[in-house]
Design a protein around this ligand. Structure first.
Ligand code: HEC
Ligand code: HEC
Length: 440
């Protein structure tokens, strides 16, 4: 990176890809693009976002708290490191809780006619047949990004040893084949690592060390991103660029802070919002953010507290949300475990996803999955279809949900658990649980 001209490095926030005027681009985006309803002076927003600054989303407002004092928008995370104009913040942006949502991608596409760096053939439905020369061709080529906010991952089958074979593949976009998996994946939020899991990526593919070492995993993730989706050099483990990026993302806590009709989620005895999260110890246990609102006279507050108990307690179907989302008040798995919750199953698949048929070499057993998940990292049959247990904070800012975006809303998430994992809820309970999830 040192070989880049400073002017070249100063580019590509999550905006219009202005290659030289990053500060101006940030200001314009924050003022007009993202609908920030901020009270602070515009000056401040040229280079940073205040801690706890509310940013609107469909469920209210979320905010980020950085242990660096405020959210600095000028570090290496926001600079294009490679040759294709992408930075980490091309795909991980503050208003979408550090993921990126289909609505944002649609807007970026419309503003740039699909030439923003986030639209790159490496993520196209089928780069070998797409027509990238026209707007409509690009719109078709990036339909998965535009509709579900999912990036194309996958690639080669895990090298031997492997317990399974890929024996058939149906890809509606025509790119997958018997030596090339196509996995459609949402950008994971780069937040809440302080109390989070040490596995990195939906399939744990960037996890490092035994037992997993979170910082080593984040370093590996950053290096592979610069080298891969940004098409830059493979930087050293201790390169200052990598250190700056990992320090930055490790400093971020993001959570919902305000819900209409409820008020601030860090008021009146409760402990929602990002700042409380940033200073919580990591421990295994129940969510207790909203204990003080049990039976509250404001029915919307009481509802959130009821939803929290539904999350914490064993459901009449025999399972418990908190059993897997066991890191208290964050929701990753305390023991870094990944699970198969049916999100990659044929039964849950939408028709635009790739369906792979795997066969167990020892038993001949067959499984059909849209994504091999952990199984293509370890080669183990029992790891097929397993995914990282993600943080469940700041959900309202980053629909759609699950690795492949199959759940459009939080209600769809809960219904997925009812259909595919045996949970049983009444309509009222489902509404309570959704109110709680929206307040995380
Ligand atoms: C082209 C879009 C894109 C860019 C650019 C990008 N990411 Fe990501 N990021 C993703 C996607 C998609 C995933 C999920 C990948 C998977 O699981 O296969 C992800 C996952 C992650 C995760 C895993 C989080 C977790 O909880 O396990 C981290 C950390 C991360 N990215 C950091 C970065 C950093 C740092 C950069 C810049 C060096 C970066 N990303 C650039 C799209 C992107
Ligand atoms: C068996 C373990 C397990 C149980 C039980 C469980 N989850 Fe999950 N949860 C996961 C895993 C693993 C994922 C990621 C799956 C994926 O994306 O493919 C996930 C994802 C989610 C997400 C989406 C997060 C995102 O970033 O897209 C939400 C919300 C969620 N779970 C809420 C719940 C609720 C509510 C319950 C109880 C009704 C519950 N979970 C029960 C393991 C579990």
């Amino acid at each position: 990176m040192q070989t880049f001209m400073p002017a070249m490095k100063r580019c590509n926030l999550w905006g219009l890809g202005n290659q030289t005027r990053a500060t101006v681009a940030v200001l314009a985006l924050l003022a007009f693009g993202w609908g920030f309803d901020y009270a602070s002076g515009a000056q401040k927003f040229e280079t940073s976002i205040d801690n706890n600054q509310p940013i609107r989303n469909p469920g209210g407002h979320a905010a980020t708290f950085s242990t660096q004092g405020f959210v600095v928008l000028t570090g290496e995370y926001f600079q294009a490191q490679g040759t294709n104009g992408r930075s980490c913040a091309s795909c991980h942006i503050p208003p979408d809780a550090w993921s990126i949502n289909p609505g944002t991608l649609q807007r970026l596409f419309d503003e740039t006619e699909g030439t923003h760096p986030v639209f790159n053939p490496v993520d196209a439905n089928n780069p070998t047949t797409a027509d990238f020369s026209t707007v409509e061709g690009r719109r078709a080529a990036y339909s998965m990004l535009l509709t579900h906010g999912v990036f194309r991952r996958g690639g080669a089958l895990k090298a031997e040893p492997r317990e399974w074979d890929l024996i058939a593949v149906v890809d509606p976009h025509g790119f997958a084949n018997l030596t090339r998996l196509v996995h459609w994946r949402r950008a994971m939020p780069t937040i809440n690592f302080a109390v989070g899991s040490a596995t990195v990526n939906w399939d744990g593919g960037n996890t490092m060390g035994t037992p997993p070492d979170q910082r080593a995993g984040l370093i590996n993730q950053a290096r592979r991103n610069v080298n891969g989706v940004q098409m830059g050099p493979l930087l050293a483990i201790d390169d200052p660029i990598i250190t700056d990026i990992v320090d930055f993302e490790s400093s971020l806590s993001t959570a919902q802070l305000i819900v209409p009709g409820v008020g601030r989620l860090d008021s009146d005895g409760v402990r929602g919002g990002p700042e409380a999260l940033a200073f919580m110890p990591k421990f295994e246990g129940r969510f207790d953010l909203y204990d003080a609102w049990a039976g509250h006279k404001n029915p919307r507050r009481a509802q959130i507290a009821r939803g929290q108990e539904l999350f914490n307690n064993t459901n009449r179907g025999g399972r418990r949300c908190g059993a897997c989302h066991s890191s208290a008040n964050n929701g990753t798995n305390f023991n870094n475990l990944l699970f198969d919750i049916g999100t990659a199953s044929a039964a849950a698949a939408t028709p635009d996803l790739t369906l792979h048929t795997f066969r167990n070499r020892a038993t001949g057993q067959i499984r059909q999955l849209t994504d091999a998940g952990r199984g293509n990292v370890t080669g183990l049959w029992n790891d097929l279809g397993k995914f990282k247990t993600p943080t469940v904070r700041a959900l309202a800012a980053r629909a759609p949900y699950f690795h492949n975006g199959i759940a459009a809303t939080l209600e769809d998430v809960v219904r997925h658990y009812e259909t595919h994992l045996g949970f049983i809820f009444t309509d009222e309970e489902r509404a309570d649980l959704v109110a709680f999830l929206n307040a995380l």
